[in-house]
Design a protein around this ligand. Structure first.
Ligand code: KG4
Ligand code: ZN
Length: 348
């Protein structure tokens, strides 16, 4: 059995987990900073870095004790090296380097996006290769063709805002607080998704790229007009705006995902990242999947949002391939998977 400690500090969660053999989660500890950043309506990088410094050691200790393990029981340490906020990534990386060096444990540098793609392998029911994965979160919206562990081809990505970012910005416009995804989802349940025809950016017919900035602007314009003219009349409720926005995002995500499936002829599609928590999105994909001959997979919410377990899973597969990171490894704020794969982990 191989126990890997996975650590992720790429954004506002300090997370550490121990995973056995790349799929059995022994522990998954997360210290969320939502309350800290809530008053600012978004993540404040400096505050996030400082909070990671405070929480790094306790979160790793929590992960180890929940797994019933000591540092000497670890066979590897996997750490996110990008993409993410530089200061935040640095805290995790230097902690992981120290832990691995002092205890003579192999270190693996992991791309955060690879972690999201492989998060589905933390579940019982796993897809067969090849599959198409949609990673959709606050920082990224990308479609990948996944041929095997470590073998990913980018099919399309957002040209501007990420889908989760759009959820967060629309929540801010509607004064619903931060982060916006879950609150918009909840509010949408009492709204009418076809009430307002917000734009869907399908781009060119063959494109597998995304664009959400136009939608966000359209909601902002609508809301300022609605506040002046509509409010109080009751014809359109705030829940209708939330639901109509969510419907527009889901339409585009589902359309592009199925287009990618048709292009690649895969029989499995995987949804990952924070926005994959969204039940309406999951349902839409289940409905489409049952019509077409395709299986849809999504991890439980705790493995959709940022977590150390997905990093440990990715680390396991790098480790069994004999890949090790050197102690000179550095972090990168922008780190497309292709760039990550084109350099050896020793060079990162
Ligand atoms: O993967 P994640 O935890 O962090 C990043 O790597 O960005 O994703 C966080 C994002 C936020 O933008 C949040 O609003 C969104 O995921 N999110 C949701 C839901 N839960 C979280 N979006 C839509 N519906 C949800 N239920
Ligand atoms: Zn993420």
């Amino acid at each position: 059995m191989m126990n890997i400690l996975g650590i992720d500090t790429s954004c506002d969660d300090t997370s550490a987990a121990v995973v056995a053999d790349g799929h059995r989660v022994l522990s998954n500890a997360v210290n969320s900073q939502i309350k800290l950043h809530h008053p600012y309506g978004g993540v404040v990088p400096e505050l996030a870095s400082r909070e990671h410094i405070r929480n790094m050691v306790p979160v790793v200790q929590e992960a180890l004790s929940a797994a019933g393990l000591k540092v000497r029981d670890l066979h590897g340490v996997a750490i996110t090296v990008g993409p993410g906020l530089i200061g935040c990534l640095l805290v995790g990386l230097y902690y992981a380097k120290g832990l691995a060096y002092v205890n003579h444990i192999p270190l693996m540098g992991i791309n955060h996006l690879e972690g999201h793609i492989l998060s589905i392998f933390l579940e019982e029911k796993t897809p067969r290769f090849p599959f198409v994965a949609l990673t959709v979160s606050g920082g990224h919206t990308s479609l990948y063709y996944v041929k095997g562990f470590g073998n990913y081809t980018l099919l399309g990505q957002t040209l501007d805002d990420a889908a989760g970012e759009a959820f967060d910005k629309v929540a801010k416009i509607l004064d619903l607080g931060y982060p916006g995804g879950a609150v918009i989802e909840k509010l949408s349940q009492s709204g009418q998704g076809d009430k307002i025809a917000f734009p869907r950016a399908y781009l060119s017919p063959e494109s597998l790229d995304f664009s959400f900035s136009g939608l966000k602007t359209s909601v902002a314009l609508y809301v300022s007009k609605w506040r002046e003219e509509e409010k109080g009349k009751g014809a359109v409720k705030v829940a209708d705006i939330a639901a109509s926005f969510q419907e527009a995002v889901i339409d585009v995500l589902a359309h592009k995902l199925m287009k990618a499936r048709d292009k690649t002829a895969v029989s499995s599609i995987v949804l990952a990242g924070g926005v994959a928590c969204n039940q309406a999105l999951r349902k839409r994909l289940r409905d489409i999947a049952s019509e077409k001959d395709v299986e849809v997979y999504y991890p439980r919410p705790a493995y959709c949002t940022d977590n150390g377990a997905m990093i440990a899973a990715a680390g396991y597969h790098r480790m069994v391939r004999g890949e090790r990171a050197s102690l000179s490894m550095d972090v990168r704020s922008r780190f497309p998977i292709q760039d990550f794969l084109s350099i050896t982990p020793q060079d990162t």
